[in-house]
Structures are given as structure tokens and as C-alpha cells.
Write a protein that binds this ligand. Structure first.
Ligand SMILES: Cc1cc2nc3c(=O)[nH]c(=O)nc-3n(C[C@H](O)[C@H](O)[C@H](O)COP(=O)(O)O)c2cc1C
Length: 161
């Protein structure tokens, strides 16, 4: 099962579209679940909210996970951090995970590798491919994406149905 997590305060964003596209191109099928973190609302500000707990269970049942954020001030969003903070250290238990960030400028192209990947690893994700950065203006046609897919596809677990 492939799950997409999108941490953008704006629902139904380009970041979400890009993450769904990346998941589809990686695995050959549309993701079974897309969690637009903004839909979880104020429950993210405390602990034990039932909708947040349900979203966590979906994430933990993934074989492949795409975690996506727009770039805000050179890093991933605070909204995404609120969701990731709900996981304990190591809780993802080695789920194959692909960090993805969209940005307006190439200047922050290392942000997913340097900022998003470490927090995912802290909560137990296994991130075998380089983290992916796409320009918002060309995420659908990026040559970087094709190159990255060539690297990343080899790590997709063959257990999804
Ligand atoms: C508050 C804020 C901060 C941003 N900071 C950056 C930044 O540091 N670097 C960058 O490349 N783009 C930055 N951007 C642009 C967004 O990352 C970019 O447009 C992204 O694709 C937006 O995704 P969306 O279309 O899914 O909302 C910023 C946008 C906002 C609203």
C-alpha cells in the first residue's frame, strides 16, 4: 500500500498534486491513501485526537510512503512538523519513505535532504533514495524527476497489491 502525506496549510495544493504524481510514477498505481494534514485541524495541537490517531495508523500501514511539503523559509512547513511530532522515535519501523519538497527557487534544492529527511529518519523511516526537490513551476515536466525516478524505483518494496 502506498500512502502520501502532504503538509501544506493550503489544501489540494500543487504539492499534493506533485506528491500523488510521484507516488504513481514510483509504484505504477495511484496512492491508496492521501493524508492532507491540514484536514486534521486543531487536533494536531494536542495528543490523542482520534482523527490524528487514525491518520497515524494509515501511515504506519504503508509499504511505501511519500511525505511532501512546500518549502517555507528554507525548510518544510510547521504544519507538517505538527503531524510528524505525533510519532514516537522509530515508530515508522523502517517504512520505505520518499521525502519530497516543492519550492519556488532552486536555491533551496537541498532542503528536503537536509531538513525533512532527518526528522523522518528520527521517527523510524527508511529513506534509501536521495530526497527530491521540484520547482513548483515545472514539477510536471522536470528532467530532475525522471532522473530521480531511475534511482528511486529500485527501492520500492514489491509487496503492494
Ligand atoms: C510563507 C512562504 C515561505 C516560502 N519560502 C520559500 C523558500 O524559502 N524557498 C522557496 O524556494 N520557496 C519558498 N516559498 C514558495 C513555495 O515553497 C512554493 O511556491 C511552493 O511550491 C508552494 O507550494 P504549493 O503551490 O503547493 O502551495 C514560500 C512560500 C510561502 C507561502
Amino acid at each position: 500500500m502506498t500512502v502520501v502525506v502532504v503538509g501544506n496549510p493550503k489544501p489540494m495544493s500543487r504539492t499534493r498534486a506533485a506528491a500523488e504524481m510521484v507516488a504513481r510514477k514510483l509504484t505504477g498505481v495511484a496512492p491508496q491513501h492521501v493524508i492532507d494534514v491540514v484536514d486534521l485541524g486543531p487536533g494536531l495541537l494536542g495528543w490523542g485526537d482520534p482523527a490524528v490517531a487514525a491518520a497515524k495508523e494509515i501511515v504506519k500501514s504503508a509499504d511505501s510512503l511519500v511525505v511532501a511539503s512546500p518549502t517555507f523559509k528554507a525548510t518544510y512547513t510547521g504544519l507538517l512538523k505538527l503531524f510528524l511530532d505525533q510519532f514516537g522515535q522509530g515508530e515508522l519501523n523502517g517504512i520505505t519513505t520518499y521525502p519530497l519538497m516543492l519550492g519556488a527557487s532552486q536555491i533551496h534544492a537541498l532542503a528536503p535532504e537536509l531538513t525533512l529527511r532527518p526528522v523522518l529518519v528520527e521517527i523510524g523511516a527508511s529513506c534509501p533514495a536521495p530526497a527530491l526537490y521540484l520547482l513548483d513551476s515545472e514539477y510536471e515536466t522536470s528532467a530532475d524527476l525522471d532522473k530521480w525516478l531511475g534511482l528511486a524505483r529500485r527501492f520500492v518494496p514489491q509487496v503492494s497489491s
